[in-house]
Write a protein that binds this ligand. Structure first.
Ligand SMILES: [Zn+2]
Length: 484
């Protein structure tokens, strides 16, 4: 009897294959054509592919004959070169097939391939591109513990337009490159992504979720696009136990929100659309609406803490619209740059000045900005408390030696500003005016005062007003923090 391959023996192949290569380090170990290392097979890639197809065709024949449960096994097989299974389409589908622990050393194509029964890729390794475009899985697709290593270009694991009709498992699957599930269809219950790692982009845009698809403990390291997904029932994409570092990559729009249900998660400050969306006013508005919808959802679920957090994000997105540099300014800057290229050689400073002045002015005259700065839209207890303390302490500071030192430093600076002397003269003319005494009469709780200190009293009253206002904001933040 011919010597049989050690891996075939260990893996329980029904038909252990003849040895074609022995390991020089261990003469007792012989390997067959399927299990020998890629560089030791001694045949061309075409010849290897022919042997693979022979094996598959043999099983298809058995299946069509008297063994409907026949299974094609490539357990721990090593595929050396590129291989394409596209000829096994709907008219001639692959039988129940197992690539358990197999290694594809080069590109592998299952474009338009049909799998009539379960397809087992558990623990398989895809070194290069793995293309499953428009593949049809009629049984369950098992990709648990599989590793997709290809990281170059835009591609990696491509399931574009694939149909998962019998469920799918991507438990602990690692996608080192991009994972493209755009326009894929998930039918039949039992589709799960558990502990799956997506190290680059994951695209599920325009995918059809016709069944509950669970994403539990999944790690997203890059943009995870769920835009334009279709679904037969709201809540078909269930996100569970995901940390904020992964959640921030979730990219979806307001229209996609009904597809999701969320459980035991802690949201980051910003989510995908806020991070990856283009920075234009339209997108900021979309973002604002998305956060508003998230707030409403949290409110419906009586999740008070989240309501507060989403409210803050919603207002912050609104602020971005305020801060956005307007188009006419960008056009003006470009005009300057084109007409005078030398002046803007080191272009960051003029641009910064040109852009920041209008932004500063818009902020200064915006109530929203001050509301954000002093109280975080009535949501930030610490921030509003600190401002309150600062406002209370500032008069003490200004009357301390440090304050005197500061005013001695500032007065020459003030004098250096053009026309400051004129302003001083104007101020002096009204400083000791009797009008101050009259003004005091209009301010609540002010005693009647006369003389040079009258204006000081007016200033004090205004300052007290500012402190009362800040105290109100602080009280509001405390109330929102503990009552919502
Ligand atoms: Zn073998």
């Amino acid at each position: 009897m011919a010597w049989k391959c050690c891996v075939c023996d260990d893996s329980g192949w029904d038909d252990p294959q003849d040895v074609v290569w022995t390991d020089p380090a261990d003469e007792k170990k012989g390997y067959c054509i399927f299990h020998a290392p890629a560089e030791q097979k001694g045949i061309s890639d075409q010849e290897f592919q022919r042997l693979v197809f022979l094996r598959i065709d043999d099983v298809i024949e058995k299946k069509n004959g008297n063994q409907p449960n026949a299974m094609c096994v490539f357990y721990r097989a090593i595929f050396p070169g590129s291989i394409t299974f596209s000829k096994y389409d709907e008219n001639n589908p692959l039988p129940h097939i197992s690539f358990l622990g197999a290694k594809f050393c080069n590109g592998v194509q299952f474009c338009d391939t049909a799998f009539s029964s379960d397809a087992i890729f558990t623990c398989a390794t895809f070194v290069k591109r793995a293309i499953f475009i428009n593949a049809k899985f009629h049984g369950k697709a098992w990709f648990g513990n599989a590793t997709f290593r290809h990281v170059e270009e835009l591609r990696g694991a491509e399931f574009f337009g694939a149909e998962f009709n019998g469920g799918a498992s991507f438990r602990k699957t690692i996608f080192h490159g991009n994972a493209l599930f755009s326009q894929a269809t998930f039918c039949c219950k039992d589709v799960d992504f558990y502990n799956t790692e997506f190290h680059r982009f994951a695209t599920f845009n325009e995918a059809k979720f016709n069944t509950l698809v669970r994403f539990q403990h999944v790690t997203f390291h890059g943009k995870s696009d769920f835009c334009g997904s279709n679904f037969s029932k709201a809540g078909n994409v269930h996100i569970e136990e995901m940390d904020d570092r992964s959640l921030k990559h979730l990219y979806f729009k307001l229209a996609d929100l009904p597809i999701f249900t969320f459980e035991t998660i802690h949201w980051p400050t910003r989510i995908g659309f806020d991070i990856y969306g283009e920075s234009n006013v339209y997108n900021y508005q979309q973002c604002e609406e998305l956060y508003r919808a998230m707030k409403k959802r949290a409110d419906d679920e009586h999740d008070r803490r989240s309501v507060s957090a989403w409210h803050y994000r919603e207002k912050l997105a609104g602020m971005k619209i305020l801060l956005k540099v307007q188009k006419w300014l960008a056009a003006l800057y470009n005009l300057i740059r084109l007409s005078c290229p030398l002046a803007v050689k080191a272009h960051s400073l003029p641009r910064f000045i040109l852009y920041s002045i209008p932004v500063f002015l818009r902020c200064f005259f915006s109530l929203t900005f001050w509301y954000c700065l002093f109280s975080g839209f009535g949501e930030k207890v610490f921030r509003s408390g600190m401002w309150l303390v600062a406002l209370l302490l500032l008069p003490f500071f200004m009357h301390s030696p440090a304050g005197e030192w500061l005013s001695s430093v500032l007065s020459p600076l003030w004098a250096a500003i053009p026309y400051s002397a004129n302003i001083d003269t104007l101020a002096a003319s009204i400083r000791d005016s009797v009008n101050a005494t009259a003004a005091v009469g209009f301010i609540p709780f002010m005693k009647e005062t006369t003389g040079p200190s009258a204006w000081l009293k007016v200033g004090q009253a205004l300052w007290q007003g500012v402190i009362v206002l800040q105290f109100t904001l602080f009280a509001l933040a405390v109330r929102n923090r503990f009552r919502r």
